[in-house]
Design a protein around this ligand. Structure first.
Ligand SMILES: *[C@@H]1O[C@H](CO)[C@@H](O)[C@H](O)[C@H]1NC(C)=O
Ligand SMILES: *[C@@H]1O[C@H](CO)[C@@H](O)[C@H](O)[C@H]1NC(C)=O
Ligand SMILES: *[C@@H]1O[C@H](CO)[C@@H](O)[C@H](O)[C@H]1NC(C)=O
Ligand SMILES: *[C@@H]1O[C@H](CO)[C@@H](O)[C@H](O)[C@H]1NC(C)=O
Ligand SMILES: *[C@@H]1O[C@H](CO)[C@@H](O)[C@H](O)[C@H]1NC(C)=O
Ligand SMILES: *[C@@H]1O[C@H](CO)[C@@H](O)[C@H](O)[C@H]1NC(C)=O
Ligand SMILES: *[C@@H]1O[C@H](CO)[C@@H](O)[C@H](O)[C@H]1NC(C)=O
Length: 675
């Protein structure tokens, strides 16, 4: 709830700031996921500048109907962009808004490849993917008046829904080339009138515009129940209604003539009426209620912070988010044809193969628009039917965070099940970390950033996304690195997609990698956010030491990396654990703090491991005193004592550094601890 208040305050401040300069458009919101970025002075940036100046210069033309789309550059650096002005605004207001947006967006989204920015008067967006003539509903902005209607609220709701539905049909059926825009004024009470407006970007076809607006209207109940004003805004279309005249009715009537009067079947005492009233009404304070599906880092941090103190209140907020987040992404928009995947990967050629994981082989591919993708061809034997598979993919595709590898979609044809991911250029963490030649490339600041990135990605999976995802197989080879060496967690949600039973947080099929698995998960199949915390602790220790947890089995001495680190900690020599190649670059405080956090995470008692929200907080703060870590579990001992598995399998180091010993499919270690 705090973050909600925070956005309200922020927005009010912004509105105030804007009112004082009458010329500037009224800023509403911007969305630029920090997941794909460009580097400064890159070709992409040059193309983007070209695009923005072309949008601005074309906004001065008078014959463009308040909309223009243009692309700049060639793939893979092509930029596609468009602006849309509200149907009733004059050319000069439109021009002014677009010019302002073109500068403002670069301040708000300086390095993001994909950005959208909204004002009352216009919208501007661009992307590295072709966004023309396609319905984009991947992001939703809800805005609502804080005031409730008091007279006949149910009739009001119905009046709003009926009117918006009606004008949506009218806007969608506008001929191609014309504005897809409509307004309508209705009597509500003797003195109050309802003003409604809908608009699509005119590059959409009639059915697409209808579909987009239907999607928006279906959110009415979520955002605007009994509210005096409200908006649902998608990138491709939006509606707005208020009890005051927020558009210029004269200009609107010129832009989109109202239809001949027809029976609307409205509630009694209402009906279409001629437009006459001048500008009036007080600007309503609007609240940005919920943003889906991208969680802005700011909100994320705030939520992480709130988590510690305000667990109960936060849940309420999420309950609300859950209600509305359900059908934002539709299945069709995620589905790829097998033929296009085959083309992209050169028919799964061996040259394109990136590696092999527990769930199948991974190939690199390139889509016709130049977008690089990673294609995971799932091995047969998934427990999922087609419908469940699609459901899970849609859910997992909604998880978007800059420290998670993005799932673009899937392909399901015949017995092929394929997942299509964002391609992350710099391979995986283990490729650098455990290679004596390459580990020097990871200096301390990079490693520290990677630790922070993994923690934030996990926090999002555990707490801040709409699903609670427990990764279950966190390890160095599942941490991918982007061009700037930012960590991106991969392979999350696989248990769901693959259909591994996970009903009570207790499973008979263990999906994971020995060495990273918490004792309670490995032995009893009990998984929770705390088993991920354990794997995270092992990862931190590996990142600091540059040694594989599994290598300790061979070297003898300490049972494993965790015990080795703990012994040094107890003896007051924690820095002995550190990778000697860090010698010149490390910050003593940061290293010691990270070792400390790592040791807290690998404690035997799951309850004493910190949740990821706390880990993120600890990584960002030097003033918090950490508890002393308990001695880690002597995992190996208790396992070998049981004698149920050969210990060499246990720390399976088959020197395929990228191989994923998901035991689920091989059956060798899996069923050892059934429950
Ligand atoms: C986005 O990512 C860049 C580099 O990866 C980082 O410097 C920047 O702080 C991030 N922005 C936000 C809002 O998180
Ligand atoms: C980008 O180019 C400008 C001039 O062309 C130069 O001043 C600036 O340092 C460059 N920035 C980077 C990050 O290379
Ligand atoms: C409009 O955009 C085109 C590119 O699409 C560009 O060539 C032209 O200069 C722009 N400006 C005007 C005023 O047409
Ligand atoms: C605008 O988009 C359409 C497709 O909807 C495309 O055919 C056209 O070339 C685009 N205009 C420009 C100037 O790129
Ligand atoms: C509007 O109604 C909701 C419940 O329906 C209530 O929580 C909220 O406080 C009301 N707002 C105002 C301004 O009265
Ligand atoms: C509304 O639009 C009309 C014609 O487009 C214009 O003459 C008038 O000044 C506008 N009114 C306001 C209040 O902007
Ligand atoms: C709407 O209300 C006005 C009075 O404010 C009235 O003159 C008009 O007839 C009403 N329109 C309809 C369709 O009921």
């Amino acid at each position: 709830m705090d973050s909600l208040k925070f956005s309200t305050v922020l927005l009010s401040l912004l509105s105030l700031a804007i009112i004082t300069q009458a010329q500037d458009p009224t800023f509403l919101y911007n969305n630029c996921p920090n997941t794909t970025t460009f580097t400064r002075n890159s070709t992409y940036q040059a193309n983007l500048n070209l695009l923005l100046s072309s949008l601005s210069s074309n906004a001065t033309r008078n014959n463009i109907n308040g909309f223009y789309n243009v692309s700049a550059g060639q793939d893979p650096d092509a930029v596609y962009g468009m602006f849309l002005c509200r149907g009733d605004v004059s050319n000069s207001v439109c021009r002014n808004c677009v010019n302002f947006a073109a500068k403002d967006v670069l301040e708000k989204c300086p390095i993001e490849k994909v950005a959208m920015i909204w004002y009352d008067e216009c919208e501007l967006r661009y992307s590295n993917r072709n966004i023309f003539s396609t319905v984009d509903q991947d992001f939703t902005l809800f805005m609502m008046s804080p005031n409730n209607v008091t007279v006949q609220p149910d009739r009001f709701n119905q009046l709003v829904a009926t009117t918006i539905n009606d004008i949506a049909a009218r806007a969608a059926s506008a001929p191609s080339g014309a504005k897809k825009f409509a307004v309508q004024q209705m009597n509500y009470t003797g003195i109050q009138k309802l003003y409604t407006l809908v608009q699509c970007t005119p590059d959409l076809s009639t059915p697409d515009c209808s579909r987009c607006l239907e999607g928006a209207i279906s959110k009415l109940g979520n955002c605007c129940n009994r509210k005096q004003g409200g908006r649902v805004i998608f990138p491709s279309c939006y509606f707005r209604y208020e009890l005051y005249e927020f558009y210029n009715a004269t200009a609107a009537a010129e832009a989109a003539p109202p239809p001949p009067p027809v029976a609307l079947s409205p509630p009694p005492a209402s009906g279409p009426e001629t437009i006459r009233k001048g500008k009036g009404g007080v600007s309503t304070v609007l609240i940005i209620a919920i943003l889906i599906p991208v969680t802005v880092a700011l909100v994320l941090f705030c939520l992480g912070f709130c988590f510690l103190s305000r667990r109960a209140k936060r849940n309420k907020y999420y309950a609300q988010e859950n209600d509305v987040g359900n059908e934002i992404t539709n299945v069709e928009s995620l589905q790829f044809d097998l033929s296009s995947i085959q083309e992209a990967t050169n028919h799964f050629s061996a040259d394109n193969k990136l590696g092999e994981g527990g769930f199948g082989e991974v190939y690199k591919g390139t889509l016709p628009n130049g977008q690089a993708i990673a294609v995971k061809r799932l091995s047969k034997g998934s427990g999922q039917g087609a419908a469940e598979f699609k459901n899970e993919v849609v859910l997992v595709a909604k998880l978007q965070h800059r420290n998670l590898v993005r799932l673009f979609g899937f392909c399901l044809e015949g017995d092929e099940k394929i997942l299509v991911y964002e391609f992350v250029p710099n391979k995986s963490l283990d490729y650098f970390l455990f290679d004596p030649e390459k580990q020097g490339l990871l200096d301390w600041s990079k490693r520290y950033k990677i630790i922070g990135g993994i923690a934030r990605g996990l926090l999002y999976l555990h707490e801040d996304s709409r699903l609670r995802i427990i990764h279950r197989d966190l390890k160095a080879s599942n941490i991918l690195l982007d061009g700037d060496m930012n960590a991106k967690v991969s392979d999350f949600g696989m248990a769901r997609i693959f259909g591994v039973d996970q009903t009570q947080g207790c499973t008979s099929r263990i999906v994971g990698t020995y060495g990273y698995m918490s004792p309670e998960y490995a032995m009893h199949g009990q998984f929770s956010v705390k088993s991920d915390a354990y794997s995270f602790g092992v990862l931190i220790l590996e990142i600091i030491s540059g040694k594989k947890n599994s290598s300790f089995y061979q070297t003898g001495g300490a049972a494993d990396l965790a015990s080795y680190a703990w012994k040094h900690w107890r003896d007051g020599t924690p820095l002995e654990v550190m990778d000697p190649t860090l010698a010149d670059t490390y910050s003593r405080n940061e290293v010691i703090r990270c070792i400390h956090i790592g040791l807290l995470c690998v404690q035997e008692d799951p309850a004493s491991r910190p949740p990821m929200a706390t880990v993120v907080l600890l990584l960002n703060s030097y003033s918090i005193t950490l508890p002393l870590p308990q001695e880690p579990a002597f995992f190996l001992h208790s396992r070998t004592d049981q004698g149920s598995i050969p210990s060499k399998e246990f720390f399976a180091d088959k020197s395929k550094s990228n191989a994923v010993p998901y035991s689920g499919d091989e059956g060798s270690i899996t069923e050892v601890y059934p429950r």
